[in-house]
Design a protein around this ligand. Structure first.
Ligand SMILES: [Zn+2]
Length: 186
């Protein structure tokens, strides 16, 4: 009977119920591997903050950028912007050029906004959202609004989803020079 159930496990490894019933089997699949959300694979080297920093005024923002970045608005969900992009590179802050996310952190969550399960170290701050429920994420350098972060959804191994407005970021492809990060004159 044991071998029959083992074969059932191997044959139906995508079935969570069967996998859950074979916890003691060495062949039990990792439940995470059955998730339909696929991590974006990239051969690029992990990006880091650009060495260059300049002091001065932040990049000018247009009306829609200001609404999201300064007034903590949210752009409409959909497949536009960077929601579905998979190119290798770095997502930097639209306002101050700080490197925020590597394309290696990006995954397709189908939530309507770009999603990342990690950030470039030290680049993103978390604050309690004024709605009292969510956790807001902002650029650590300029405090520009990025979006919100959610944990425990089990969408990737890291179990974290940074839900980021495309308009808060700018994509720099691998091979292109990262612009200097702007430090405010204040
Ligand atoms: Zn910034």
């Amino acid at each position: 009977m044991f071998s029959r159930s083992l074969i059932a496990c191997l044959g139906v490894s995508l079935c969570w119920m069967v996998v859950a019933g074979c916890d003691n089997s060495d062949t039990a699949a990792n439940p995470v591997s059955a998730n339909v959300v696929k991590k974006v694979e990239s051969e690029s080297v992990m990006s880091e903050q650009p060495a260059k920093t300049v002091t001065g005024k932040y990049n000018e923002l247009d009306e829609q950028e200001s609404y999201v970045i300064l007034e903590k608005g949210t752009e409409r969900p959909g497949d536009g912007g960077y929601t579905l992009t998979k190119d290798a590179g770095t997502y930097i802050c639209r306002q101050c050029n700080a490197a925020l996310y590597s394309s290696k952190h990006k995954f397709i969550s189908h939530c309507g906004w770009p999603s990342f399960d990690d950030e470039i170290e030290g680049a993103v701050e978390r604050h309690p959202d004024i709605d009292g429920r969510r956790v807001e994420i902002v650029c650590a350098n300029c405090q520009g609004h990025l979006g919100h972060v959610f944990e425990g959804e089990r969408l990737t191994d890291k179990n974290i989803r940074h839900c980021v407005n495309s308009i808060s970021m700018k994509f720099i492809a691998d091979g292109e020079e990262l612009p200097a990060m702007i430090k405010s004159v204040d």
